[in-house]
Write a protein that binds this ligand. Structure first.
Ligand SMILES: [Fe+2]
Length: 545
């Protein structure tokens, strides 16, 4: 007999907890949040689970594409999710049980030389997602992978393992993407990104947005389909977040970009809610139910990304992590959202105050700060690359001596930025490259040792990639272009169009090619390169390429 059918689902547990909010509310809601998080109902945790026969699948379950991620020298994570009817509740599969899914990874596109194969279980409790850590692979090599279940075979994905730790790699080409509001337009930039010759892609957050999406897909203005009404409200429950990922994952351009390259992903705010901070919601909502909302959002995020299984850690999900990329680069992928203090001065753009300048304020949390400083100290890489979420460098929005600053970015956490730069100094890091998202525009910035002193040392560079779609078509020079570039002499480039960035690292230079698309509110946008910059190894500073 199956035990899965009579156990309440996470959403049912949350709902039950919400009804008891007046009594011991915090503990109750926290335990509901724990039920949504990792460490409970882990796949395989119950032996008597009902395994469904593959013939149960009478419709193609591979509607959401495939993905690979977090490549190591000998392994890569392969992802897919079964969803015969992705936009229906329950995705067209039973409410409980598991299905065995076959996978294979080969040295060639036609699978004549299969390197490894095996099977993995897709579980209802993880929304029928499959995460395979394909190990025993060769370093710095291209592979192709696919999944099978019953009569169905998935699309083929291409991936690439990381170079071995000791290897002297001559160069690597990486993509930088962020911010893909579905309702703001087409993912045309991804169609072009899929054509680039890249070793890996960094996604630095806002993979989904939580706002309601109308029946025509907002500015996509569909005339050939009607999106379900269940999408037309802000996501708060596990069911909401899962449906939102299903919608995004059905996009053919996003599928193409995942199938073309392995991705290293991290999140920002909209994977949960705009400008949340740690356990604190955006507005003045009750923080207790927010913990459960956040746990649901984190769970849906993991279900839909090519990530290894994290260690269970209450309602948290550890996402910051480090990768060695031969001797050429070390990637320290940060999470500046989950552990941060609340935005100072009520958030938004504000003048600095003793509140924002409080030396105790943190953006990464103490544990991650220590982990980061330790990793820099031990680093032997030529380039220390830091993919992260919010703009690191100072951004004044007026040329006056004192200016408002963004309280959500590092400008709102100056003491934390100072500790970051001290760690860079103390580790003797010579070649710091920050890769940033969040702001829906592209910048190239010199990272100054002291942003109050334009003559202070340049200690690294920050490449801010624009959004894939958020904020619509955009324009090369937004209305504040002249003010921002004049107010911030370390800002060497600012462009307001949609697109992505190609970052090339070699022994002499780090280079950024800022790609832009002509428009995204119609699906036929074409690609151009807005500008290209380099910084020299050992001599940091943005220069035209
Ligand atoms: Fe965004």
């Amino acid at each position: 007999m199956s035990s899965t059918s009579d156990r309440p689902t996470p959403d049912q547990q949350l709902l039950a907890a919400a009804g008891r909010l007046d009594r011991r509310r915090f503990l109750t809601v926290t335990s509901a949040a724990a039920a949504l998080a990792f460490g409970v109902n882990l796949p395989g945790a119950h032996a008597e689970e009902n395994e469904l026969a593959p013939r149960t699948l009478t419709e193609n379950p591979f509607t959401l594409g495939v993905a690979s991620g977090d490549p190591l020298p000998d392994a890569v994570v392969l992802w897919t999710r079964l969803a015969p009817r992705p936009l229906e509740p329950g995705v067209g599969l039973p409410p409980a049980g598991s299905i065995k899914v076959g996978w294979e990874i080969a040295r060639d596109e036609r699978f004549r030389r299969v390197e490894r194969r095996g099977s993995a279980k897709a579980h209802a409790e993880f929304n029928w997602s499959v995460h395979v850590d394909a190990t025993g692979l060769e370093a710095a090599r291209e592979y192709w992978y696919r999944f099978t279940v019953g009569q169905w075979t998935s699309p083929v994905g291409r991936t690439r393992t990381a170079p071995s730790h000791g290897r002297k790699l001559d160069s690597t080409k990486l993509g930088l993407v962020s911010c893909q509001a579905y309702e703001d337009g087409y993912f045309t930039a991804y169609r072009h990104l899929a054509q680039e010759d890249l070793d890996a892609v960094f996604h630095v957050g806002d993979y989904i947005y939580e706002y309601g999406i109308d029946s025509v897909g907002g500015d996509r203005r569909y005339t050939d389909r009607v999106l379900p009404a269940a999408l037309n409200h802000e996501t708060t429950t596990l069911e909401d977040y899962r449906l939102r990922y299903s919608l995004y994952k059905t996009d053919p351009d996003l599928q193409a970009a995942h199938a073309a390259h392995p991705w290293y992903v991290t999140w920002d705010d909209h994977e949960v809610e705009n400008n949340y901070a740690g356990g604190i919601p955006e507005k003045n909502q009750d923080p207790a139910p927010f913990v459960a909302r956040r746990a649901a959002a984190y769970r849906a995020y993991w279900e839909n990304q090519p990530l290894r299984m994290p260690k269970p850690n209450g309602t948290d999900l550890t996402l910051y992590r480090r990768f060695q990329y031969g001797q050429l680069a070390q990637f320290d992928i940060l999470d500046t959202r989950q552990y941060r203090d609340d935005q100072a001065n009520g958030d938004g753009w504000q003048y600095p105050t003793p509140e924002s300048q409080d030396p105790k304020r943190t953006l990464m949390g103490a544990t991650q700060e220590r982990w980061f400083a330790d990793g820099l100290r031990r680093s032997k890489a030529l380039w220390n690359v830091v993919p992260q979420q919010v703009v690191f460098s100072r951004r004044k929005n007026t040329t006056a001596a004192s200016s408002k600053l963004s309280m959500d970015a590092w400008d709102g956490y100056p003491a934390a930025r100072e500790r970051f730069l001290t760690a860079v100094d103390q580790a003797g890091v010579k070649n710091l490259v920050l890769l940033t998202g969040d702001v829906h525009v592209a910048y190239a910035l010199d990272v100054k040792r002291d942003f109050d002193d334009p003559n202070s040392r340049t200690v690294g560079v920050e490449f801010v990639g624009t959004s894939i779609s958020s904020d619509g078509d955009g324009e090369a020079h937004p209305s504040n272009w002249a003010t921002l570039t004049a107010a911030n002499p370390h800002m060497k480039f600012y462009d307001g169009r949609r697109g992505y960035t190609v970052v090339t690292l070699d022994r002499q230079h780090a280079r950024a090619d800022y790609r832009a698309v002509t428009h995204i509110t119609r699906p036929d946008g074409t690609l151009l390169t807005a500008a290209s910059f380099v910084t020299e190894a050992g001599n940091p500073g943005i220069r035209p390429a």
